[in-house]
Design a protein around this ligand. Structure first.
Ligand code: ADP
Ligand code: F6P
Length: 325
């Protein structure tokens, strides 16, 4: 293989730049050229390319977001677009592709592989919702950002004896909310994977805790709960205030969670995954996803990976419930 491409796709995540840098530097070691494809699959279809080399990926390891940009490209679900993308790659001498993104992006990588462009995917999403891997790039940075922000909220709610209902990102997954909820000492945690009853799991809990002398409360709610149940954090806050007598405010953390300089964990993991992806392409592998099992970086078939179902860690959930007194 003489030339490979690299793209970032779907929601950006801190550490994507570190992964791109590792892809480029590893390819340089293998005497391969690298084409950076800007704006994900959209850029591939529009031939929006930039040549990447060991020097122009300097000074990006510490930057959040993605320097080669990202996009959502709905038409990539159609065979016609995938075939066109394979032709464009061939015309430009791109013999293999590294795709950094979430499971939607993996489906695009699988389709490209099936139509003749060898692809290796790297899990990059703050949500950590990809089944085949213990870890996705960006999760740790995002958790730290949430923790810093909610610690600030705690200062003010404690001063006013209030309750704070905080919406955390995760359209389909509660891993961010559960982990951050434990880290910030939340009184209640509401995630889409686990059915909840606002009376029993939130209001009664606040009232019980209040009776033991606590004066401020944090309720962490995953964004996915709004999509699943149609209830907003503002509506929850109103109901909590009415039924507990505690003044309650709602905060939607929003996209601020997705930015920021990646943590050491994300920089190191992204670097390892980027290197592994290039090794796989160099060995002639295709339709693989780089994964982390425990502390080990390995790889998996994308089709198998997409068919797995990720479940919530009930030990972690039960731990959160036991200690949120
Ligand atoms: P993520 O990769 O973070 O899950 P999306 O679900 O938005 O983000 O997917 C990113 C992109 O991957 C989409 O905009 C589209 O270009 C491509 N994609 C998503 N689903 C498919 C699919 N079923 N087949 C082919 N490509 C897909
Ligand atoms: O990157 C994943 C994610 O952050 C989800 O948790 C969230 O729902 C979604 O992206 C929102 O992305 P956007 O606002 O860019 O559509």
């Amino acid at each position: 293989m003489n030339k490979i491409g690299v793209l970032t796709s779907g929601g950006d995540s801190p550490g994507m730049n570190a992964a791109v840098r590792a892809v480029v530097r590893t390819a340089c070691c293998k005497n391969m050229e690298v084409t950076g494809i800007r704006y994900g699959y959209k850029g591939l279809l529009e031939e929006d390319f930039v040549e990447l080399n060991m020097r122009n990926v300097c000074d990006i390891i510490h930057r959040g977001g993605t320097k080669i940009y990202t996009a959502r490209c709905p038409e990539f679900k159609y065979e016609e677009s995938v075939r066109k993308a394979v032709e464009i790659a061939k015309k430009n001498g791109i013999e293999g592709l590294v795709v950094i993104g979430g499971d939607g992006s993996f489906r695009g990588a699988r389709d490209l592989s099936n139509f003749g462009l060898p692809c290796v995917a790297i899990p990059g999403t703050i949500d950590n919702d990809i089944v085949c891997t213990d870890y996705t790039i960006g999760f740790d940075t995002c958790l730290n950002t949430i923790q810093h922000m909610v610690d600030r909220l705690r200062d003010t709610i404690e001063s006013h004896s209030r309750c704070s209902v905080v919406e955390v990102m995760g359209a389909r997954a509660g891993y961010l909310t559960l982990n951050a909820g434990i880290a910030v000492g939340a009184t209640a945690i509401v995630i889409p994977e686990i059915p909840y009853d606002i009376e029993k799991n939130v209001i009664e809990k606040i009232n019980r805790t209040k009776a033991t002398g606590k004066n401020h409360f944090i309720v962490m709610v995953a964004e996915g709960v709004r999509f699943r149940d149609g209830i907003t954090v503002e509506q929850m806050a109103k109901e909590i205030e009415e039924k507990t007598g505690v003044e309650t405010r709602a905060t939607v953390l929003g996209h601020i969670q997705r930015g920021g300089s990646p943590t050491v964990r994300d920089r190191v993991t992204a670097s390892q995954m980027g290197t592994k992806a290039v090794h796989l392409l160099h060995e002639g592998k295709s339709n693989r996803v780089v994964v982390m099992h425990g502390e080990t970086i390995t790889d998996h078939d994308i089709n198998e990976a997409l068919n797995m179902k990720k479940t919530i860690d009930m030990d972690l959930y039960n731990c959160a419930m036991e200690i949120s007194l």
